[in-house]
Ligand binder design. Structure first.
Ligand code: F6R
Length: 366
């Protein structure tokens, strides 16, 4: 059942190339410039006429929502807010018929997310679901939606659900951008082709596992980690830190790299590993200077870099290499080494990787 892997989590990490493909298969045909999401086609006007899109989710699904916020606003110019379902539902939120809600949930059973969409529906909003479990409570409660095709996720720590959620949300954003005319036809087709390349890129990122194990063995005994990223990779930093916390029980914080100087920089000394997502992007130079600030305080740099990178490679203590892809799609690949790093640290510490203490696969209590 674990397909020859030691844990479900590792199996699920390695399934990502195929489940990402399963998630866009039949929906995306780059050669023909076609992108069609069954649940979306009849509701595109709802999205385009919306005052704003509010994304509600918890945990890892909330991180996927943050990536979607960057993507949807960037490509469609529709305002997006991302809310923790648990906060949203209890703060008497302002919602109207002009709002579109996207609920993201792997299990489709998370109590707070379910309650948040019930509230939004009462107030007349249109509710769209991005769920993995077919027929789940959230998928039934939503007006329409798109399933991720991740297959059953057994490991409590979410991995393939996250990347397939981002795949779906990216397709939603591209489809809306096309309908709204905020993306040129050539860019649209280029992104479809780039999406079709993601499984190959993920496969390549997975091949660095031995090097990541090496890094895991060096840092398995530290007490704290910092994860930094900017732009589309800020949510990836949050997700990397969450993964490490939940399965290794090592304290980790994710931060937007530029926020470091507003506080967390005080934590940095020679024993502090700082995971920095430093791929080639518009933020590259800025991230390089963030790395310099950390090095000046003797922090250890574990950098996620693009293939062919030289500058960061020279500065970093360790690198995790990922293939190049447009920045907007990069979370799908930069996430991979961070999943592997958490997994191998947790295994080396003898943790119960698939069933970490105190955690349940779906949180059906409020
Ligand atoms: C983290 C994790 C949790 C879930 C959260 C939401 O690895 O598994 O943070 O992401 O409980 O669950 P779903 O997506 O089922 O609503």
């Amino acid at each position: 059942e674990k397909g020859g892997y030691d844990h479900f989590m590792l199996k699920e990490i390695h399934e990502q190339p195929s489940v990402i493909k399963d998630t866009y298969r039949g929906r995306l045909h780059a050669d023909d410039g076609i992108l069609r999401l069954g649940g979306l086609e009849n509701h595109i006007e709802k999205f385009l006429n919306a005052d704003r899109i509010i994304i509600v989710a918890c945990g890892t699904s909330w991180h996927a929502g943050l990536v979607a916020e960057y993507f949807i606003e960037d490509f469609t110019r529709i305002p997006v807010e991302v809310e923790y379902a648990s906060e949203f539902r209890y703060r008497n939120p302002i919602i109207s018929e002009k709002d579109v809600i996207i609920a993201i949930s792997q299990s489709g059973e998370t109590a707070d997310t379910l309650a948040a969409i019930k509230l939004a529906k009462q107030k007349g909003a249109f509710v769209y679901g991005v769920c993995n479990v077919v027929g789940s409570s959230i998928s039934r409660e939503t007006d329409s939606g798109t399933y991720t095709h991740a297959g059953p996720e057994i490991g409590v720590a979410s991995t393939k659900a996250f990347t397939t959620q981002i795949t779906v949300l990216t397709m939603i954003a591209l489809r809306l951008a096309k309908a709204k005319g905020t993306i040129s036809h050539s860019d649209f087709v280029r992104y479809l082709h780039e999406l079709e390349l993601i499984p190959t890129h993920v496969e390549k990122a997975l091949q660095t596992e031995d090097e990541i194990k090496e890094i895991a063995s060096v840092f398995m005994n530290v007490r704290n980690f910092l994860y930094l990223g900017r732009g589309y990779n800020f949510p990836v930093a949050l997700e990397g830190a969450l993964k490490l916390k939940e399965i290794s029980y090592i304290h980790a914080e994710g931060y937007p790299a530029a926020e470091m100087k507003h506080g967390p920089i005080a934590l940095i000394d020679e024993s502090m590993p700082v995971v920095v997502i430093a791929i080639k992007s518009d933020h590259y130079e800025k991230v390089v200077s963030n790395i310099q600030e950390i090095k000046a305080r003797k922090g250890k740099i574990l950098a996620v870099v693009s293939e062919g990178d030289k500058t960061v490679r020279e500065m970093a203590d360790y690198v995790m290499v990922v293939p190049h892809t447009p920045e907007a799609l990069s979370p799908l690949v930069t996430t991979i080494p961070l999943q592997l790093l958490s997994y191998h640290i947790a295994v080396m510490l003898g943790r119960n990787v698939d069933q970490p203490r105190n955690l349940a696969k779906s949180v059906t209590v409020e």
